[in-house]
Each structure stands twice: as structure tokens, then as C-alpha cells.
Design a protein around this ligand. Structure first.
Ligand code: DGI
Ligand code: FE
Ligand code: FE
Ligand code: FE
Length: 187
């Protein structure tokens, strides 16, 4: 599947805004893959489909998690987390992508996970810093991403956890575990 065919497949599942975001993630992931030596083709395809399930019915996704997915803990941490693991499932079963590295990059793009592969890190960070995103602190993360992949992810995770805590939202334990692992490895 080339980029054009992949974009055609994802387009009907997204709003215009989300499609533009997806194009931004592709661009950012391409640059990060080059800089930090990840598989560029896989980074591009994972980016195309990373938000494939963003607008799926929440109840349908919860059912899928309960019936088919191994990690059910996300059910307790807010509906926003559903689209990542469910997206990986739908992309495999509806689009037919079987590459586990690509599917895992989609699966972990929202929460991260400890000991991510470079490909997973690239997609996680690209989602955060893509050129269409504008919020406080993003320029700092973009600057760090010029030279240090892990440090940029730590900064992004701190921002996300801060954002969630300010709103008294739950923080998914794997998100904290990702932060802890990266901090530990920096020592
Ligand atoms: O899908 P995008 O908007 O492009 O970005 P994303 O997949 O990173 O999702 C961002 C949303 O996920 C945002 O509403 C915050 C939420 N989120 C990220 N990490 C966590 C989280 N929500 C909870 N409850 N816990 C987390 O650790
Ligand atoms: Fe997402
Ligand atoms: Fe994200
Ligand atoms: Fe996204």
C-alpha cells in the first residue's frame, strides 16, 4: 500500500480537521524517523492510521476492549484512550495491515508505554508536535525534538499529565510508567 492508497482508506473515517492533523503527523514522523533512525515507511503508514478510530462509537469500542483486547484497564481511565488500541485492532482487521510494529505504534500513540521502540516513540512524539498543533509549551518540545527523542517525550508526557491533573482527570498508570522509565534511563 502506498501513501496515496493509505490516505484514501483513512479519509472517510476522519473529519477535515482530523485529516489535516493526520497529514501533519505524517510530516513530523517522517522527519523524526530520519533524525532518529526509525523505519520511515512504517512511520508514515502508522501515522496515516494512528487516529483511524478517533470517531468510532464509544460503546462499540468498549465492547471490543471487553471482548477482544488483552488490556482492559483502559476502560477505567476515560474514553479518549479507547481509539488507540481499538484503532490498532480495526486497522488490522478492516484495512488488513498485519505488521505488528506498525500496529503497536498505533496502539501506544496516546499513552505511550515503558520501553517503546524507536518507531513507537516517533509516532507518539509526531502526534504531539505536528505543525498544526498549537498550545503552551509545544515550542519547547519541538526544540528538544531537534536533538533528543526521549527528552522530548518526557516533556510531552509532563505537559499531558499536568493538563489532565489540572482538570482533575485520571492519569493512566502506563503513562506515568512511561515517564518513570524514561527518567530512570536518563540518569
Ligand atoms: O488523538 P489526538 O487528539 O491526536 O491525540 P492523543 O491520541 O494523544 O489523545 C489525546 C487525548 O488523550 C487527550 O484528551 C488527553 C488524553 N490522554 C492522554 N494521555 C492520557 C489521557 N487521558 C487519560 N485519562 N490518561 C492518560 O494518561
Ligand atoms: Fe490519537
Ligand atoms: Fe498524543
Ligand atoms: Fe492524533
Amino acid at each position: 500500500m502506498n501513501l496515496e492508497q493509505a490516505l484514501e482508506k483513512v479519509r472517510p473515517h476522519l473529519t477535515d480537521h482530523r485529516y489535516q492533523h493526520t497529514l501533519g503527523v505524517i510530516k513530523a514522523a517522517e522527519e523524526l524517523a530520519e533524525r532518529f533512525d526509525a523505519d520511515k515507511d512504517k512511520a508514515i503508514i502508522a501515522s496515516v492510521f494512528h487516529d483511524y478510530a478517533k470517531f468510532r462509537d464509544k460503546e462499540e469500542m468498549k465492547r471490543l476492549v471487553r471482548e477482544k483486547l488483552n488490556d482492559k484497564s483502559i476502560l477505567d481511565y476515560g474514553d479518549e484512550l479507547l481509539h488507540a488500541p481499538c484503532g490498532a485492532y480495526y486497522v488490522e482487521n478492516e484495512v488488513g495491515i498485519k505488521d505488528q510494529e506498525i500496529l503497536d505504534a498505533i496502539r501506544y500513540h496516546t499513552t505511550g508505554k515503558p520501553h517503546m521502540t524507536v518507531l513507537e516513540k516517533v509516532v507518539f512524539l509526531a502526534d504531539y508536535i505536528e505543525p498544526g498543533r498549537h498550545f503552551k509549551g509545544i515550542e519547547t518540545v519541538r526544540e528538544i525534538a531537534e536533538h533528543d527523542l526521549d527528552k522530548a517525550i518526557i516533556e510531552a508526557l509532563k505537559n499531558t499529565m499536568n493538563f489532565l491533573m489540572k482538570q482533575n482527570q485520571l492519569v493512566f498508570p502506563e503513562t506515568i510508567a512511561t515517564y518513570n522509565q524514561l527518567i530512570n534511563d536518563k540518569k
